[in-house]
Design a protein around this ligand. Structure first.
Ligand SMILES: [Zn+2]
Length: 436
């Protein structure tokens, strides 16, 4: 395996027209397919409409000449692209995007609008619905560029059909340009990411990727190698019941106990009081009566020590409340939901180092951002395939004001190509341009 000359990595202006037409054409086709997932369904996929996009992608992959293409019984599209001759032993890399759109807002009858040569003024998506750069200053980075929005009656679906279009454009490019050498590549288009089931039926054991990248992030140039670690904690309060008239010194009221417990949670560590790298306790639900009450909360943080500190505090709080209500009982049940992907990615620094090289080769700095939530990449990382997230370019996810710049889609597709080439070269990039 030899190093790759830096001149062979794509900058944003390379093959720009080709990438623009490839990403835009595909994106406009995908967003018009209704793929909203259903949080109330127990089936896999959670909504039948996701099959349509999956089947179209299978056909398009085959049209690219890719022969190892599978649609699983649970609507996962899996494609494997064999390595360029001589790169059979390169590290196998995966790229993922999700088929579904969020159930938070209508994703049916999406009518995308293409705004060429954006002039920096507010965009009237439809009467009464204005996408205004005063609320969305990132729009101004796309002056004189092409923007895509919905018509204001639905979401757009850039989350995550931009990711799919970018991966497909990158594959089309690599097929047309065999001089861009790559190792074994694996493509995964997954259903139900938005309802937290994107990895539920993924045949993880059969996957070949050593590392993978989701194209499901937001602003151009950003990537995510950290998400929250999440725990959910159930608290059961058992009281001691007696007729309230005879209760003095005897009763332990489960409802009052629950109130004391909730009052003990620090307001300064709530979701509404924190941002950036700070985590929180978040009360989620409660129910019960004087005899028994139940309360559920979740805790989030980027740092393991902070999670452990909060778990210790909750245990102490439970003991304190119990001591204050003789005869009553407070029990905790603690469940891990997901871990910060950092814990899986950090032992493999080349995963991020190669990504940073791939983004910066296109001509902008690579900007790390924290995800204040979990990702499907976190589940996949936990299952053995460390998976950070790359920008797909969209903004205002899950809303009628969702928008994306075409330049960002082109750049994301180029990052996929660059990453494929950099991994094939074992991460080695040889010098810059020769000087005359
Ligand atoms: Zn997404």
């Amino acid at each position: 395996m030899s190093s790759i000359p830096s001149t062979q990595l794509l900058t944003n202006s390379d093959y720009r027209d080709w990438f623009e037409s490839q990403t835009l054409r595909r994106f406009l086709r995908y967003v018009q397919i209704f793929t909203t997932s259903d949080p109330h369904s127990d089936t896999h996929p959670t909504s039948d409409n996701q099959w349509q996009l999956a089947r179209i992608l299978i056909q398009e992959l085959e049209e690219l000449g890719i022969t190892d293409v599978t649609l699983t019984d649970f609507c996962y599209v899996i494609a494997r692209i064999p390595p360029s001759p001589g790169y059979e032993t390169a590290t196998p890399i995966g790229f993922l995007a999700h088929l579904d759109t969020a159930p938070d807002f209508s994703g049916q009858n999406v009518k995308p609008k293409v705004w060429e040569s954006y002039d920096g003024t507010p965009l009237e998506l439809s009467p009464g619905w204005i996408l205004d750069p005063r609320d969305n200053p990132a729009l101004l980075d796309y002056r004189n560029e092409t923007l895509i929005t919905s018509d204001g009656t639905t979401l757009l679906g850039a989350d995550d059909k931009a990711g799919i279009a970018e991966i497909m454009a990158a594959l089309a490019f690599l097929t047309e340009h065999p001089e861009f050498s790559h190792g074994p590549l694996e493509i995964l288009f997954t259903p139900d990411e938005e309802v937290g089931k994107g990895v539920a039926k993924l045949p993880v054991k059969s996957l070949k990727s050593t590392f993978a990248y989701t194209l499901d992030g937001s602003a151009e140039g950003t990537y995510n190698a950290q998400c929250f670690t999440g725990y959910t904690i159930g608290v059961t309060f058992t009281g001691r019941m007696i007729h309230p008239g005879d209760a003095r010194g005897i009763m332990a009221n489960a409802v009052t106990m629950a109130g004391a417990f909730i009052a003990g949670l620090p307001r300064s560590e709530s979701p509404e009081a924190t941002d950036g790298e700070y985590g929180f306790y978040c009360p989620q639900e409660m129910s019960g009566s004087m005899e028994q009450a139940f309360f559920r909360l979740f805790i989030r943080d980027f740092r393991r020590e902070e999670i452990d500190r909060r778990l210790e505090y909750l245990k102490l709080l439970a003991k304190t409340v119990e001591a204050g209500f003789p005869g009553g009982k407070v029990e905790l049940s603690i469940d891990k939901q997901y871990l910060n992907i950092k814990e899986y990615i950090e032992p493999h620094p080349e995963v991020i180092a190669n990504l940073v090289k791939a983004i910066e080769a296109t001509g902008i700095p690579a900007v790390p951002e924290l995800i204040r939530g979990g990702t499907d990449g976190a589940r996949l990382s936990e299952l053995g395939i460390p998976t950070p997230n790359i920008f797909a370019g969209g903004h205002n996810f899950h809303s009628r004001f969702e928008w994306i710049g075409l330049r960002a889609m082109v750049r994301a597709a180029q990052v996929v190509v660059n990453l494929s080439c950099i991994w094939a070269a074992g991460g080695e990039i040889a010098g810059g341009e020769p000087e005359d």
